[in-house]
Design a protein around this ligand. Sequence first.
Ligand code: NDP
Length: 457
Amino acid sequence: MSKYVESVLAQVRAKNANEPEFIQAVEEVLTTLDPVIKVHPDYEKNAILERMVEPERIVMFRVPWVDDKGVVRVNRGYRIQMNSAIGPYKGGLRFDPSVNLSVLKFLAFEQVFKNSLTTLPMGGGKGGSDFNPKQSPHTPGKRCSDAEVMRFCQSFMTELYRHIGADTDVPAGDMNVGGREIGYLFGQYKRMANVWTGVLTGKGLSFGGSLIRPEATGYGDIYFAQNMLAVNGDTLEGKNCVISGSGNVATYAAEKLMQLGAKVLTLSDRSGTIYVADGMSEKMLKDIMTLKTVKRGELAEFAKKTKAAKFFAGVNSWQVADKVDCAFPCARQNELNGKDADYLLKHGCKLVGEGANMPSTPEAIEKFLGAKIMYSPGKASNAGGVATSGLEMSQNSERVSWTGEKVDDMLKGIMKSIHDNAYEAAAKYGFKGNYVVGANIAGFTKVADAMVAQGVC
Ligand code: NDP
């Protein structure tokens, strides 16, 4: 590793000692950039790495709200505005008790490179709160009511609205922030700002949302896998696939896999994993989507009612199937470790396509790269969501709505470009087939060049 990269990493570790996820994400990117840093001395001269690891701005705020029993509750809200060199900040909002500065800074950092890879003009940001919509504050085992979620979202936006805007910062959904939450957040933004703009993406279709946006991250993950397989003259047809998660990304990845003739063997959630040895049916998937998005229930309940599904309580998706061709981690960060990677490789896995952000631990990534299987990091293969958010922003600016077919075709085209750019960047620097190096270098250079051109700011 070059002295420059080493010294920036040392600074990051010292300055952010209590932010392990952020350090992990920075290490993952910076340790792959040597080849490009060597041929661009101007990056060091302009302190590009030092500036990239420091958010342009962090907003942290109190979110007071009143629950259904009339009790005042207080959560913490955040927005990390990481980098605006190539466009307005763009990135999702996550509501989960695990949300803290480290998690959001890692997500915002990743988002900068991901957004650059999409080829669209979007900077990187991320935000959210430690609010838990899945646990009512007053009734153990119950979720927050719709009214509680609405009051929370309204309070959250009452502060956030002054920091965002269609040309400044455009948030979207992420974990536990779906159509319902985006609707409440958008309504409150409109009230506070007294302006109707596409300030959030992932909106409902009747108020500026884009067709295919809900499907885009999961579909895009699978389109990326198709592109990796195509390099080797292969397809997804008949492949045994394991997926983690059963939220937005996981279920639409499953839907696309089924449409392409692959078998979906697993989905999971916090309660455990369901395993269907012959592959899930479309009906099962539809039932799971309804369970998770309408009834907001757990897979454990689904397994009780479905004979064909085996349920493994408290276990993730990686070590339940005997034969695996492809794995798609689509739940959360660090959910696939070295032992899981060993199991997958031993049971035939030839492709890992990350739908979630940073789901594989560094140890697992090392094993995948060592085994020379097709491995795509989330910042490349899950970029379809933010890319389609970019398409939603374009439609909002033009005051038009494109057909689902048109958006899906554009998504396919963008995923192919991301794949090809990552593949070619890796090959150019002597790492053919290594999508980690390729995605990092391709995403980084565009932002770095823009920062050099814009001077010290
Ligand atoms: P959802 O909230 O819709 O789904 C998350 C899934 O992960 C749920 O099934 C959830 O289970 C499961 N999960 C979360 N935490 C845990 C845990 N501690 N243990 C076991 N399972 C867990 O989120 P999304 O599908 O939107 O996001 C999933 C991942 O994809 C995240 O990493 C996100 O950052 C990333 N991503 C999402 C994009 C999008 O467009 N939505 C875009 C790009 C990346 P349960 O239902 O029990 O909570």
